[in-house]
Design a protein around this ligand. Sequence first.
Ligand code: GDP
Ligand code: IMO
Ligand code: MG
Length: 422
Amino acid sequence: MNKIDVVLGLQWGDEGKGKIADFLTPQYHIIARFQGGPNAGHSLKFNGQTHVLNTIPSGIFHSESTNIIGNGVVVDPVRIREEILRVEAAGANVKGNLVFSRKAHIILPTHRLLDAASEHAKGEAKIGSTLRGIGPTYRDKIGRNGLRIGDIYTDNFKERYYNIQKEHLKWVEFLGYNDFDIQALDNAFFEACEFLKAYKTADTEYLLNHAVGQSKILAEGAQGSMLDIDFGSYPFVTSSNTISGGVCNGLGIAPQHIGNVFGIFKAYCTRVGSGPFPTELLDETGESLRQKGNEFGATTGRPRRCGWLDLVALKYAIMLSGVNRLIMMKSDVLSGFEEIKVCTAYKVNGEITEEVPYDLCNASVEPVYQTFKGWSADLSVCRKQAELPSEFAAYVQFLEQTLNMPIHIISVGPDREQTIID
Ligand code: GDP
Ligand code: IMO
Ligand code: MG
């Protein structure tokens, strides 16, 4: 019996989920996003070309796969229109292979304004959001005020839109934000909604439940486990459940249908935006990781904060999602460092712990490191385990022992080809 496999990020996002979802797609019939929205930027590289996807699942470039935007995702019509046009220009069959859940919530232009106004008002305490309107849209969903994709087809869509907008604008004004042209925003929004009518929508929970057992389904996560609304470094998180639990309510799938959970992590750590990052390196080594790893946001272009691998956070993420297959990304980036460090525990207010503390944002957290000898060989040209240098093999062996699980795939570059399977 085919189950639904899951691929998700175990750190603070940008682990390489897009590359791996695209790499795994030939084994699946359906790829489904279950949460997040255009805050995500998933990069895929093949035939010498890089593509960045924000809301569309990473299986879209495979003509045989059906790609589902699940009910747990938030969709910005204006942004997804641009994304669809970009992906179509690159040759994908979006009209044939993409299906929107009717129950996916819509990001309104004023959700984006609220995001910007709220971040502006927070000043130094800002979350460092992607300004895509994610938080305000999920807030309206939970507050039972949202509009959904299925509403685009209803007669009173505009009326409901303007009622919600009226409330939003009061807040935007209250927060002293006035840098926008509402008429232009409305026009772009309604044009994009019309455009979307040419694409498929469905009650995708039925589509998925009818397919389960017969078709192979891959659920693709966005963001990372440490950005999860419940278990991440709150409040410096995103507004959805990024862990495997999010698959059930983000797609309408019962827990017994979940099969393998592929957990993706980088060989080091990165984070964009504000919030705690225990292993962050603010020195030359951090800068070197950023430059070698090209750690600049796929969506916003922001420089990513960089640091050593954090096994305390990684073990926590593995536990929360029931990960049974590990995938290590960007191993090539670690070549050339004299020594490599791995955080095995935290010293929190003077006490050693291997657990993520509740008050991660306030406590004094000092990483406890184990140091490994570096290597100089270029991993990006390796295609087999046997070609990897012995120092790297020792690093992998230590991780597998500590995490109590084999590393199933090792990625040594952004291209589909630069992937080593056990
Ligand atoms: P996602 O959000 O998890 O899909 O990850 P992003 O696409 O935002 O960021 C990952 C970045 O690393 C992208 O630029 C990828 O092209 C790149 N990448 C993925 N895997 C590897 C790898 O193994 N080595 C290197 N050097 N780059 C990689
Ligand atoms: P992918 O799927 C990395 C971060 C933002 C900010 C916080 C909240 O590409 O891994 P939001 O806009 O969601 O309200 O921002 O979460 N963030 C991400 N960081 N990768 C992402 O997505 C992210 N999506 C959101 O930087 O700190
Ligand atoms: Mg990304």
